[in-house]
Design a protein around this ligand. Structure first.
Ligand SMILES: [Zn+2]
Length: 214
């Protein structure tokens, strides 16, 4: 997870957020509620989120937009915070697994429960999470540095098996590349590229680059 600067609110929310929220909160039937609720999926909102998160999941940093549409994620779940359904600061882009019922789903721990979760647009993820590559085990693991970091790692499944295996392969290659970066400008350029916000698992790449003083 890396820090992301939130882009300005899409115009469609500027124009309709208040009216949509009012209609949703006043909806008398489930059908009526569904009719209003789905407005958050507006193309313009999705486009800004994809651009803001560079087509990556806000939480696990996996690229999603090349293989599926990605979910508009309500940081505070709309099932519990209906009034935030169209609140721009509550919307993120996430992969279907981080956002799925096995992981975050409708969960949102409050302060007294060890939360809230780390929000990449509000918090500085590095202060709560450590991105550790073990070159012997060849594993790239997210470790909580604070109680909020730990609950975020566990609840979002940031070390779930398939994700960690895929991420570890990628970071293993970067680790090898890093050993050439001081003498080979192409290796250095590739490593710098891997640290950019649009690259998968940039949080790990940045730790490797930092250690080299890049
Ligand atoms: Zn994810």
């Amino acid at each position: 997870m890396i820090k992301i600067t939130r882009l300005p609110k899409p115009g469609v929310l500027d124009r309709h957020q208040k009216a949509w929220t009012r209609a949703l909160l006043a909806a008398g039937s489930d059908a009526d509620k569904r009719r209003w609720e789905k407005k958050y999926r507006h193309r313009e909102i999705k486009d800004v989120l994809v651009s803001m998160f560079r087509g990556k999941c806000a939480y696990c940093e996996s690229k999603i937009s090349h293989i599926e549409y990605g979910h508009i994620e309500h940081f505070r779940p709309k099932s519990r915070f209906l009034e935030l359904t169209f609140e721009w600061s509550n919307l993120l882009l996430s992969c279907p697994i981080c956002n799925g019922s096995e992981y975050k789903g409708d969960r949102f721990p409050e302060e007294h429960e060890g939360g809230p979760l780390i929000n990449p647009c509000v918090d500085t993820p590095d202060e709560h999470l450590e991105f550790v590559f073990d070159p012997i085990a060849k594993l790239a693991t997210v470790i909580g540095k604070t109680p909020r970091g730990t609950i975020t790692e566990v609840l979002l499944g940031l070390n779930r098996n398939d994700l960690r295996a895929y991420r570890s392969k990628h970071i293993s290659r970067l680790f090898v590349l890093a050993s050439y970066a001081e003498t080979d400008p192409v290796a250095k350029e590739l490593l710098v590229e891997a640290c950019k916000a649009d690259s998968e698992y940039a949080a790990f790449a940045r730790v490797i680059a930092d250690e080299l003083g890049l």
